[in-house]
Design a protein around this ligand. Sequence first.
Ligand SMILES: Nc1ncnc2c1ncn2[C@@H]1O[C@H](COP(=O)(O)OP(=O)(O)O)[C@@H](O)[C@H]1O
Ligand SMILES: [Mg+2]
Length: 313
Amino acid sequence: MSSAPALAFNDVSKHYRGFFRSQWVTALRNFSLRVERGEIFGFLGPNGAGKTTAMHLAIGLMFPSSGRGEMLGHEFGHAPTRRRVGFLAENVSLYHRSAAKLVRFYGALNGMRDPQLRRRTTEMLKELEITDVADRNAGKFSRGMLQRVGLAQALVNDPELLILDEPASALDPLGRMRVREILLRAREAGKTVFLSSHLLSEVEQICDRLAIVIKGRVARVGTLAELLESQDRFVITAKGIDALMFEGSQQNGFIKITVPALTQRRTIEKIWLAGGEVIAVNPIRRTLEDLFVELANQNGGGHSDEAINQEPK
Ligand SMILES: Nc1ncnc2c1ncn2[C@@H]1O[C@H](COP(=O)(O)OP(=O)(O)O)[C@@H](O)[C@H]1O
Ligand SMILES: [Mg+2]
């Protein structure tokens, strides 16, 4: 059982009824993705790409229109498995209770009992630095404070898998750093983290792998290095040659020549023939932001809400 991935979406589609009930909106189309145990997996995409929908399907808040998926080796929606998972919703909305009571409530909901529940609640309030306000009504908290209570709630049952929908969106830089620490520690303890974000810098810093979802489909998946290395172009650094001859740029006696992968070898030979020396050959690294924009443009904008008049198959 332990070899089962943390999450597996197999050809999942999800259609919603649109504003006009005769219309349908496709949030996910033939969406497939695997998240392995023990990784921090970043789920990136523009607003409306389908990230929240995928997460809600995984924890069984709703069902796919077609396709299926598994969480920790069980079909999406398997109630006992839900207890082994911590979930932070995108828009944390909490009842008018004290922060401490809320965290306890979610722990109890996941089958925890005292004294373990009391101990974990205290620990999580401390970890998220909300001990001082633990007795105050969370219904009146700012978004950032609510997000902290939401995270404490998601962590209280010491889950094997953490599903976090935009966990840092309302946090200040310090809060974000705190969240990163918590997630890295969770990974050290062997847990899996699946987090969505539209903030690229957030995932860049901690994710082992990431997927970019555009219009309800996985456009790219891999490690950050894999995603950013554009296979098609290289920069050759050389010296002892004439920059003009190679259409390169000159800097401190070094010539940098950008070439497509196909002509890389020919260019190197040409440099040698001209009596020059090749210092380095590096694939061009894009930023995650470049890639994000490029993928969104290729797919005509990114979000998936074009409404159609028939229920999709
Ligand atoms: N309950 C709903 N009813 C109708 N359409 C929805 C509903 N929830 C989401 N959508 C639509 O599905 C698409 C994906 O939304 P969502 O999963 O929230 O994306 P993301 O989390 O990436 O921003 C969007 O076009 C959104 O408008
Ligand atoms: Mg969302």
